[in-house]
Design a protein around this ligand. Structure first.
Ligand code: 5RP
Length: 261
């Protein structure tokens, strides 16, 4: 890994080897997702507590103060939508030059292993890694499963994460699953987990985070379970306690309750 790549990655994954990334790129294929209709309003109070923010260039330009210190992980794959026939039909939508212009600390791209456009999305990743090598920009591969795949078992996710690492991703975003330690074991680069759809309780979210960390994740790249919570700042602070301070679920719940009031 070159100096620039290492330096950029260190802005995201902190010296303890952990990270709390805030995912807010959902609009790129979901449109105005609930509670993210106005990204600036949603993100502004959360940015001080995020180690990085994952967004598209549209949201960077319209909704993030350029003087904000938060590292940007720029989503650069897309050109699909939730109502399209096949979600896996993605391409690279933003150049690496543009990512550098934005001063992104990394770029993110989805791969759809086992889907109709598997080859295309894996080739996108390989091409992006080659281009990013030239500029010292880390690549986050997102192991998206797509609406038709529902495959969230350890065998599938281990396969997808390992392929992403083999193609040169600097870090990988995936889902937590039973047997997650097998996914982490087979992936030689750091793993971060998505939160998925909003869970019923704060305890569920903190348990998910705690399980992921205990079983080998470097942190989270979480969206809905933070900003769809009625107390998003309290939620991200509680998640930080688990990720950066090894807080137990009960300790993190105390953080949530204290911050909420
Ligand atoms: C979509 C993404 C999203 O950023 C991701 O799913 C994370 O958000 P959430 O925690 O809401 O699931 O990368 O492919």
């Amino acid at each position: 890994m070159g100096w620039g790549t290492k330096n950029r990655l260190a802005r995201i994954i902190k010296s303890d080897g952990r990270t709390v990334m805030l995912a807010a790129d959902h609009g790129y294929f979901l449109g105005p997702t609930s509670k993210l209709e106005n990204p600036r309003k949603t993100l502004e109070p959360l940015i001080p507590y995020a180690d990085a923010i994952m967004v598209t260039r549209g949201v960077v330009r319209t909704s993030i103060d350029p003087l904000s210190a938060a590292p940007i992980v720029l989503r650069v794959s897309g050109a699909n939508s939730i109502i399209s026939e096949d979600l896996s039909n993605e391409t690279i939508i933003t150049s690496v030059k543009e990512a550098v212009r934005i001063n992104a600390s990394a770029v993110a791209l989805s791969i759809y292993v086992g889907a109709k456009h598997e080859h295309q999305t894996l080739a996108n990743l390989a091409k992006l890694v080659d281009e990013c090598e030239e500029y010292g920009v880390p690549v986050l591969a997102v192991t998206a499963v797509g609406k038709e795949l529902g495959k969230q078992d350890a065998r599938y996710l281990a396969l997808a994460c390992r392929i992403a690492a083999e193609l040169g991703a600097s870090f990988v975003k995936t889902y937590y699953c039973d047997g997650f330690e097998k996914v982490a074991e087979g992936c030689p680069v750091p793993l971060v987990i998505a939160g998925g759809k909003k869970l019923e309780t704060e305890r569920d979210v903190l348990q998910l985070t705690c399980d992921a960390i205990t079983n080998g994740a470097a942190g989270v790249d979480m969206g809905r379970n933070i900003w769809q919570n009625d107390n998003p700042v309290a939620m991200i602070k509680a998640i930080r306690a688990v990720v950066h301070e090894n807080a137990s679920v009960n300790e993190a719940l105390n953080v949530f309750e204290k911050e909420k009031s």
